[in-house]
Design a protein around this ligand. Structure first.
Ligand code: APR
Ligand code: PHB
Length: 396
């Protein structure tokens, strides 16, 4: 097989890049290790920045999001029994976020890809990129036991944190930056009405809690748990009791509980590799960076990487601007590090750290108190939460 861009991974990064390239007349093939059903079964975050909403519109896959997504113009921080509203719209000159699950974004992208006739190869084994430093890179893999090869101009590694793309780059050419947090998030999905119209991020002595949602009838709630915790030890009733114990009384009292339809524990990690390019291989999304979910930035960062690579490739193919390819990594990393900083900061400010002493706890509390009581502090929170502007590909 032959194509212009070979894409590894059919998560949101790979599917969105594929759709944008296809619309621009640039051929691409996606090769994915799992089945489409498996990819859709993963429950992930659900807060889209305006930049991502605009990109989905540009890709022609925004119809259901516009109809079913919930535009939010603020969120809440809860601590010490206080409930502090962060008015995103008022603090950022009119910006907000869209609540729409990653699973739904993926479903819409899969539908659009199927309608477009572009090729996606699911359940591909042993995917490997080759010749990245040459002008003729290619992918090899096996499908139903038969060896296959895709020749291409460029390879996009959209295969997530555990993917093969990053691991195919010689380790001595990559610099890794990492922080593993000593806790995880236990999350449940339930068909219950949300406790509040907006998301609530809560700091409590027992640990962090988050009240989120997928729709007016479906909630997504989280509680911080220790890194060693097991899902089996968390029957629904224990989860609801723990969640309520960490929320201000008026929220706890009005919480509607019900059976969970999904329950899982996710570890928290900050991770970045530099650079995000090796010859003709480009790392996109979780393949290159992970953020803890506290700032809701993971999916949005994947979208800004996609936007950058798409805009560069378009100029390469239409205007011969191959000089831009070398700039991909630097352009992406500027925005990535700012989102890494925000996600780390929100995590540090809102979680209970097992080794934190009395002084650290007072500072942590004061930091939250300061940021919500100062106009400048609220603006900082808001401008980061709605998402910093996408970087231009021209003035790198
Ligand atoms: N070969 C082919 N496909 C692979 C391989 C491989 N060796 N390894 C992983 N994949 C596939 C995975 O099965 C998955 O479908 O690559 C896809 C990667 O998707 P995600 O992990 O969702 O990553 P990405 O598309 O970058 O999405 C952005 O940011 O913070 C997160 O929640 C957010 O998952 C979202 C991510
Ligand atoms: C979610 O809805 O899953 C969610 C929302 C906000 C976050 C993290 C996760 O910060």
């Amino acid at each position: 097989m032959k194509t212009q861009v070979a894409i590894i991974g059919a998560g949101p990064s790979g599917l969105l890049l594929g759709q944008l390239l296809h619309k621009a007349g640039i051929s691409n093939i996606i090769v994915e290790r799992q089945s489409a059903e498996y990819v859709l079964g993963r429950i992930r975050a659900g807060v889209l920045e305006q930049g991502m909403v605009d990109l989905l519109r540009e890709a022609g896959v925004s119809q259901r999001m516009e109809a079913e997504g919930l535009p939010h113009s603020g969120f809440e921080l809860a601590f010490d029994g206080r409930r502090e509203h962060i008015d995103l719209k008022g603090l950022t000159g009119g910006q907000g976020v869209m609540i729409y699950g990653q699973t739904e974004v993926t479903r819409d992208l899969m539908g659009a890809r199927e309608a477009s006739g572009a090729i996606t190869i699911y359940q591909a084994d042993n995917v490997r990129p080759h010749g990245m430093k040459s002008a003729e890179p290619y992918l090899t893999f096996e499908k139903d036991g038969v060896a296959q090869r895709i020749d291409c101009d460029y390879i996009a590694g959209c295969d997530g944190y555990h993917g093969v793309a990053r691991q195919s780059i010689p380790a001595d050419t990559l610099k890794v930056f990492e922080r593993v947090y000593p806790f995880g998030w236990l999350g449940i999905l339930a068909d219950t009405p949300p406790v509040s119209d907006e998301l609530v991020y809560a700091r409590h002595e027992r640990g962090f809690a988050l009240c989120s949602m997928r729709s007016p009838t479906r909630t997504r709630y989280y509680v911080q748990v220790s890194a060693e915790e097991k899902v089996e030890d968390w029957p629904d009733e224990r989860f609801w009791d723990e969640l309520k114990s960490r929320l201000p009384a008026e929220l706890a009292e009005r919480m509607v509980t019900g059976p969970s339809i999904e329950k899982s524990i996710a570890p928290l990690r900050s991770f970045v590799v530099e650079p995000m390019q090796y010859g003709r291989l480009f790392l996109v999304g979780d393949a290159a960076h992970i953020v803890p979910p506290t700032g809701a930035k993971g999916l949005n960062l994947a979208a800004s990487d996609v936007s950058t690579l798409y805009n560069i490739l378009r100029k390469v193919y239409t205007e011969g601007r191959s000089d831009l390819l070398e700039k991909y990594s630097a352009i992406c990393l500027r925005r990535i590090w700012k989102a890494e900083r925000f996600s780390w900061w929100m995590t540090s400010m809102l979680h209970r750290f097992p080794d934190s002493d009395a002084f650290s706890q007072r500072i942590q509390h004061t930091e939250l108190d300061y940021f919500v009581s100062s106009e400048a502090g609220r603006k900082t929170l808001a401008e980061n939460y709605v998402g910093l502007p996408y970087e231009s590909i021209e003035d790198a």
